[in-house]
Design a binder for this molecule. Structure first.
Ligand code: ATP
Ligand code: MG
Length: 648
């Protein structure tokens, strides 16, 4: 039996790339995209070889690709260094250009030019060497969103140490687990970090973690908040003291193209986080090109991605992608809505941000707060908007486009994963018409397909199925750290020779992909298999609804009934009448099969710390289970789950 995922959302609004944008875009001709895309599939070695040769190689590669599923080696035999490509390569032409513009939550700011960043990274690379760190050693980074986080990452890359960044919002035990899994020997942290007006006690958390993770021999502590902390003699060192005596000369190590660059643990939306491992040559090539084309990066841009460096978006599109392109990247320390929901818009005006990249969860929160906040800002420097992390509901897309972009900025809805290293499916901003809710077209070199459970491609446009990738791409993960069996089982066992994404999707007649949600979250109602995104989007299209998550609940008759958790916009109150209205609204928008059986109003939904809805927890709550099973180490706020369990 081949189970089909049904497509139910109807969304036919189409937005052409604004003419004012197209005129100066890097790529504005659809035929040019088609030709490049075709070349990237017909002759990937020529295509990627050409891109990679725009970067610096100490020794040229012998072969662009060696592929025997599930193992890919890119730029075989080549030697390169990502920090060299992100810094040294720019010194001639961009020495005094801003590399990092930093805004702290309290309002302090700092600008590091390429010269400054090159110096700081060289010094810190020498500090690491002085602590005995060698190529291949693991360094855990547990820092707030401050420039030192980028400095630490680039310093590791410079000497070939493998960094493992752990989001600064994680608890001591989540940190300890990640340190132990990676077998790290050095930890970089700070006394504290600012978040929502208070101080996150990073060093105290680290001390607690280290009691359980004794492999760490040295701790480097950045002074950020001036907290009173304890320093263990012999083990703990102040960053500023070590930096004072460090030499600023540290040549970049010529590393093998397949030398590991970093380990990063996934968000844990669907289960226990996986230590995804990326390597050097292919990753740098792919993030360089995607950042350039998807964000249309140009010399005068000020680029701002709101992701934390603790997530892959922070790795690829706060730090590495922009710097590989010689761009100016803005780092913001705190919450985008602190001290009020206007903060992010003020930051954009303050620095003249031209490209903004954020997440649907943030956009829905801004919508919920109301448009009076962005209306207080000018936002006239913006020319391009992006989103990543979850499917964006068409209503939220249109709000972003109109209220933030004023109809003048294209929106790129970028689908990708920690595992893919870089953006895989998106429209290109000067080229493709945009369809809200649809991520769009494959990026160069990416060959997606939609298949049924038996691996057969679906036969019709708009038919749902599993999203797979048919061939390797340069920034593909190479393994799950320490667990090659999990690497194989998770990604390569389901559809041999193809990468399985774990997401459900459909493709329309124009070749646009729409991500329907996680395969693990699919609803099965009276034999109909529905993705979560479409039902949730129908709910969000009701004027009272801010956000929604739908899950299945076992039902003796239908197999599963649909339970919808709903948060309302500011000033709206839940009532039985509204429940009835919302059920009817969904039935009207997408049809009776998707009509929720139950609506539950709530103040907040359980999310990962990166802002993704954790439906697996809601499924258990809907089923009335009292003990929540599965990994909850990445859950943002445990109180949300307790409230939902109590039926509040
Ligand atoms: P885990 O793999 O541990 O369950 P996770 O999948 O949430 O966690 P990430 O790698 O951070 O970890 O997220 C990738 C996932 O995010 C994708 O598989 C997809 O489900 C979702 N996603 C990201 N961007 C988009 C987008 N533009 N549209 C739809 N879904 C997206
Ligand atoms: Mg995942």
């Amino acid at each position: 039996m081949t189970e089909k995922l049904e497509a139910v959302l109807k969304e036919d609004r189409v937005f052409e790339p604004p003419e004012s944008f197209r005129r100066s875009a890097r790529l504005s001709d659809p035929a040019q995209y088609e030709a490049l895309y075709r070349q990237s599939l017909d002759d990937p070695e020529a295509f990627w070889g050409r891109v990679a040769s725009e970067l610096h190689w100490f020794k040229p590669w012998e072969r662009v690709l060696e592929w025997e599923a599930p193992n890919a080696r890119w730029f075989v035999g080549g030697r390169t260094n990502l920090a060299y490509n992100a810094l040294d390569r720019h010194l001639a032409a961009r020495r005094t250009k801003a590399a990092i513009v930093f805004e702290g939550e309290p309002g302090d700011s700092q600008v590091l030019t390429y010269h400054d960043l090159h110096r700081e990274v060289s010094k810190f690379a020498n500090v690491l060497k002085g602590l005995g760190v060698k190529a291949g050693d693991r360094v855990t980074i547990y820092l707030p969103m401050i420039p030192e986080a980028a400095v630490a990452m680039l310093a590791c890359a410079r000497i070939g140490a493998i960094h493992s960044v752990v989001f600064g919002g994680f608890s001591a035990s989540a940190l300890a687990d990640r340190i132990k899994d990676a077998q790290a020997s050095v930890l970089i942290t700070a006394d504290g970090g600012y978040r929502r007006g208070s101080v996150v006690p990073l060093k105290n958390n680290a001390d607690e973690a280290l009691a359980d993770a004794p492999g760490i021999q040295s701790v480097v502590v950045v002074r950020r908040t001036g907290e009173d902390i304890s320093m263990q003699p012999g083990r703990d060192h102040w960053y500023h003291e070590l930096m004072q005596n460090a030499s600023d000369v540290c040549p970049a190590e010529p590393l093998d193209a397949e030398h590991p660059l970093f380990i990063l643990y996934t968000s844990g939306s669907t289960g226990k986080p996986k230590g995804v491992m990326h390597t050097t040559g292919g990753y740098q090539t792919y993030v360089y090109l995607t950042a350039q084309y998807v964000f249309d990066l140009q010399e005068q841009d000020t680029y701002f991605c709101t992701a934390d460096v603790g997530w892959v978006t922070g790795h690829s599109y706060v730090v590495y992608g922009p710097l590989l392109n010689g761009a100016t990247t803005v780092m913001y320390e705190g919450a985008p809505n602190w001290p009020d929901p206007g903060r992010i818009w003020q930051v954009i005006d303050k620095y003249g941000v031209s490209v903004l990249y954020t997440a649907p969860t943030a956009i829905r929160a801004f919508m919920k707060a109301g448009e009076q906040w962005p209306l207080k800002a000018r936002l006239e420097s913006l020319r391009l908007l992006g989103t990543v992390g979850e499917p964006i509901n068409p209503e939220a897309w249109v709000w972003y486009y109109n209220v933030i972009g004023k109809g003048r900025c294209p929106v790129v809805d970028t689908w990708w994963q920690t595992e893919t290293g870089g953006i895989m499916i998106t429209t290109l901003p000067g080229v493709h018409p945009m369809k809200p809710g649809h991520a769009g077209k494959p990026f160069f070199g990416v060959e997606p397909a939609i298949v049924d459970a038996s691996g057969q491609p679906v036969s019709n446009p708009d038919e749902g199925g599993h999203l797979i990738i048919r061939r390797p791409w340069p920034s593909m993960l190479r393994t799950v750290w320490g667990d090659p069996q999990r690497y194989f089982n998770q990604y390569w066992s389901q559809y041999p020779g193809n990468y399985f994404t774990g997401d459900g999707a459909r493709r329309d007649a124009d070749g646009y992909y729409l991500i329907m949600g996680r395969v693990d979250d699919v609803l099965n109602v009276s034999g109909h298999r529905l993705g979560t995104m479409e039902v949730e989007s129908a709910l969000v299209s009701h004027p009272a609804v801010a956000e929604s998550a739908v899950v299945g609940k076992p039902d003796p008759v239908k197999g599963e009934s649909i339970v919808a958790f709903v948060t309302l916009k500011a000033g709206r109150a839940g009532s039985d009448a509204l429940k009835g209205e919302l059920k009817a609204h969904v039935a009207k928008v997408i049809g009776a099969i998707a009509r929720p059986d139950e609506i539950r109003f709530t103040d907040a939904l359980p999310k990962t710390r990166s802002g993704k809805i954790m439906r697996r927890l809601l499924r258990q709550i809907a089923a009335g289970e009292t003990d929540i099973k599965g990994d909850t180490s990445t859950l943002e706020d445990r109180a949300v789950v307790e409230k939902l369990k109590a039926g509040e």
